[in-house]
Structure formats: C-alpha cells, structure tokens
Design a protein around this ligand. Structure first.
Ligand code: NAP
Length: 251
C-alpha cells in the first residue's frame, strides 16, 4: 500500500475530553490529518477506548490517558507520561468541560467550584504544563473550546458562563505572552451543539432554543472540529481571537 504523507504527520495532539462529543470528533479528525492523538478522559474509559480503536483501525496512532484536568498535579503527571510515550505535544485542544445547572441563589459551593475547576482552571493547568514543550519545538497551537455562554448570559448557568468568559480572557493574555515563540492561542465559541451535554436539555426547552437560532438548527460536532483543523492547518496568522460558531445566535 502507498504511504501518503499527511499534513499533521509527526505531530502530537492532546485533546482533553476526547472520549465523547466535540472532543471525540476533533480527535478523529486530527488523526485523519496524520497527528498522533493523546485522548484524555476522566470517567468514560470504554468510550475513550472506542475512539482509540476507531483511529488505530484507520491506520492512525492514538493512546488514552485518564486524568481529571481540574487537578493540577494529575495534569502534570499526565503530561509527563504523554511526553515519554508519544513525544513533545505540538497541539493542545482544551476541550473538556461540564455544566451544572442551578440559579446562583441555590447554587452550592461544589457546583460553582467543580465547573470553574473543570472548565477554567484546567485550561491554565494544561496550557502551563505544555508551554515548555512547545517553546522547545519553536511552534505550537493551543485551541480552547469556550462557549457562546462565555459571551452572553443564560439563566441557571452563571457558573458555566463565568468559566467560559474566563477562558476567553485567558486566551487573549496567553496569546500575547506566547506570540514571540511562534505559538498561537485561540478560542472557539460553540453555540448549541448536538452532544450528550445538550441531549440532557428537556424537549420543551430545546424547542425554545431552536426557535431562537437564526439558522434554525443545532450545530454538529463536525462544525467545531472543522474550525479546529482550519486553525491548525491554515491559521498561522490568527492568534488571541474568539471564533463564533453558533448559527447566528450571537454576532
Ligand atoms: P460532552 O459530550 O458532555 O463531553 C465532555 C467531555 O469532557 C467528555 O469526554 C468528558 O470525559 C470530558 N470531561 C469532563 N470533565 C472532565 C474532567 N474533569 N477531566 C477530563 N475530561 C473531562 O460535552 P461536549 O458537548 O462535547 O462539550 C465539549 C466542550 O465544548 C466543553 O468544554 C463544553 O463546555 C463546550 N461547549 C459545548 C457546547 C454544546 O452545545 N455541546 C456548546 C458550547 C461549548 P468523561 O466522559 O470521561 O468524563
């Protein structure tokens, strides 16, 4: 069989939360482009293994790494293991995220802290840990999967909005710090995308959301993943920005 060189051959990409939803699609698409994929997951080992198998059955290379990315020492340990097993990470996709719906009035400290740790602190932990490797490589790409809800408010999701708004602000600061090393840092702000996260929304509420979206449809994980691929392959002059992929819901 002929061996074709793919555009990301020889590059290592870490996708946090690569076991399901948007992260799973990103992992598969980057593997298709030739990158070796480190698939991070927290609880869903079987789902992560399925993604790995799909990639390896397609002649790609992937490994799975269990780690709660909201825990700094666990992140550092995972990064060391990946570096030993796969080499320096060139591409970091900070995708892992959760939502815990509750009005601020009724929100427990746990519901606040779990969301901030998983969605925001993780982005700091993973980025900080990977920076020395990218500087050594003299290039790198960090893409943060933020959210439309980091740009607008939503009742019952103030913790989530705060975490994603923090990611957007962090992206700008980090992009400025790393530009001199040829490392780009960007955020993508998905609107409502069909995954387990949005499957949980009650049908009646979903109808209301749908009618508010100008393009009158939910997005697909592919809509986000294709932008990730574009930024990696073609976005060498794009840094510090936030890209809206929301069906026109926020402009
Ligand atoms: P999802 O289907 O619920 O998948 C979430 C992924 O994150 C899973 O792979 C999960 O792994 C992982 N994860 C959660 N907590 C983790 C932790 N502490 N450590 C490591 N991995 C963890 O969600 P999704 O819809 O694909 O969302 C992906 C990203 O897009 C999130 O950051 C989310 O906020 C953002 N987003 C989604 C939408 C949407 O409409 N779906 C809209 C805007 C932004 P385990 O199953 O192993 O725990």
């Amino acid at each position: 069989m002929q061996n074709t060189i793919k555009p990301l051959s020889g590059q290592v990409a870490l996708v946090t939360g690569g076991s399901r939803g948007i992260g799973k699609q990103i992992a598969k698409d980057l593997a298709e482009l030739g990158a070796d994929i480190a698939i991070n997951y927290n609880n869903s080992k079987q789902a992560a293994l399925l993604v790995k198998n799909e990639i390896t059955n397609n002649n790609g290379k992937a490994e799975i790494y269990q780690c709660n990315v909201g825990n700094n020492s666990a992140v550092n340990e995972m990064m060391n293991t990946i570096q030993k097993q796969m080499g320096n990470i060139n591409i970091l996709i900070n995708n892992a995220g959760i939502s815990r719906e509750r009005t601020v009035r009724n929100m427990s400290l746990d519901e606040w802290e779990e969301v901030i740790n998983t969605n925001l602190n993780s982005v700091f932990y993973c980025s900080q840990s990977v920076i020395p490797q990218m500087i050594e490589n003299k290039k790198g790409t960090i893409i943060n999967i933020a959210s439309l809800l980091g740009q607008i408010g939503n009742i019952g999701l103030a913790n989530y909005s705060a975490s994603k708004g923090g990611v957007l602000a962090f992206t700008r600061g980090l992009a400025l710090e790393l530009a001199r090393y040829n490392i780009t840092v960007n955020s993508i702000c998905p609107g409502w995308i069909k995954t387990d996260m949005t499957d949980r929304i009650p049908e009646q509420l979903k109808e209301g959301i749908l009618s508010s979206i100008p393009l009158k449809k939910f997005g697909e994980p592919e809509d986000i993943s294709e932008m990730v691929s574009y930024l990696i392959l073609k976005g060498s002059y794009i840094t510090g920005t936030q890209i809206h992929i929301n069906g026109g819901l926020y402009m």
